[in-house]
Design a protein around this ligand. Structure first.
Ligand code: AHG
Ligand code: MN
Ligand code: MN
Ligand code: MN
Length: 335
């Protein structure tokens, strides 16, 4: 019987990776884990309580905010505020972000969290896996000084940690601090995330491609050509590949991380920058994918190297198994 290792024990054990850390990042990850368990409880009974449907409001993207979007946003912000390790939260559901330094214990906090509190909202009502995505930076300005744009708009390479929670057939928390990727499964009987997927690595090559083919006619020609390549018969390269698209980025990415695959959300005529947001979807997922041995690009540049210009900016995304991402780039270059 494998010895059980909880997220808390793992974080403390790995604290030696950060000799100068005084436990703040560990406590911050613990705070995120607590909020994840609370959101998980509501996701699991979403059909039974008044948490389905929309709140009748829209977010900065004009998306109808679902009750669970807002609930999850509130829970993560509250947990980060109470934990005292976070000075600012940038959230998909908050136009300007939320400064926490005015609340007692957070005024000396040195971490900034970017979060997609509920990823895959369109899937809530139909009981399909949804998730949460988070990204953690260290503030650049000194504690006590006013936060600056430089604090809030750091490249993905400067993330100190990133991860996601997937509320699926089981609830998992997967994260990295730059020393590999580890996955924890929630054991509801003890209310703890337990290490279940140590040192996760994405296969170099896979046979799954994930893209919303409903947008096919609006895709760049290179993406169209790659999709056709995936559908051609070729025994040697296990084609045709399998098409799997859930519509929750976390769920599509998690499957591809385990089995190998490529996830593509390209720019289209209607969305010239693509749909996915850099700070709280593409950067954290790119960090995880690269730490697991995969590749994450917009098609023209490495996602983690993008200099952000604004909190909610969108970027095209091609993420996953290195050989598959390189093949997409080949088709883009040839087109
Ligand atoms: P969110 O629910 O946080 O707004 O994110 C939805 C995103 C992402 O989860 C998913 O991959 C993508 O939207 C699906 O978009 P389409 O429905 O346009 O394919
Ligand atoms: Mn949304
Ligand atoms: Mn999302
Ligand atoms: Mn969301």
């Amino acid at each position: 019987m494998k010895s059980l290792k909880t997220l808390g024990q793992f974080i403390i054990e790995k604290q030696t990776d950060f000799p100068y850390a005084k436990g703040e990042l560990s406590r911050l990850l613990r705070d995120i884990g607590i909020a994840a368990k609370i959101v998980n409880r509501e996701v699991n009974k979403a059909g039974l309580v008044d948490i389905l449907g929309t709140v009748g409001d829209t977010n900065v993207f004009g998306e109808n905010q679902k009750k669970l979007d807002v609930y999850a946003d509130e829970q993560f912000i509250a947990a980060l505020k109470d934990g005292g390790e976070c000075c600012f939260v940038a959230s998909e559901e908050q136009e300007e972000g939320v400064e926490l330094t005015d609340t007692g214990i957070s005024k000396n906090a040195k971490y900034i969290v970017c979060i997609d509190p509920l990823d895959g909202s369109s899937n809530i009502e139909v009981n399909v896996s949804v998730g949460t995505i988070f990204s953690i930076y260290r503030r650049i300005s000194q504690v006590g000084e006013a936060l600056t744009q430089q604090d809030l708009l750091q490249t993905g390479l400067r993330q100190v940690a990133a991860g996601y929670i997937i509320y699926g057939s089981s609830t998992m928390l997967v994260y990295t601090t730059g020393k590999g990727v580890n996955g924890f499964t929630l054991d509801p009987s003890i209310g703890e995330f337990c290490l279940s997927h140590p040192n996760m690595k994405i296969p170099q090559q896979g046979h799954i491609y994930s893209v919303n083919e409903g947008n096919y006619l609006k895709f760049p020609q290179g993406i169209k050509n790659y999709i056709k390549y995936c559908q051609e018969e070729d025994v040697a390269t296990h084609r045709p590949y399998t098409s799997r698209y859930i519509g929750s980025m976390v769920a599509d990415i998690h499957r591809n991380l385990l089995l190998g695959g490529v996830f593509i959300y390209p720019q289209t005529a209607l969305q010239p920058k693509g749909k996915l947001r850099l700070m709280y979807e593409c950067n954290p997922i790119a960090f995880i994918i690269e730490q697991a041995g995969g590749k994450a690009t917009t098609g023209t540049e490495r996602i983690l190297e993008i200099e952000p210009e604004e909190l909610h900016q969108r970027v095209p995304a091609i993420l996953g198994s290195t050989d598959m991402v390189n093949k997409v780039l080949e088709f883009l270059e040839k087109s």
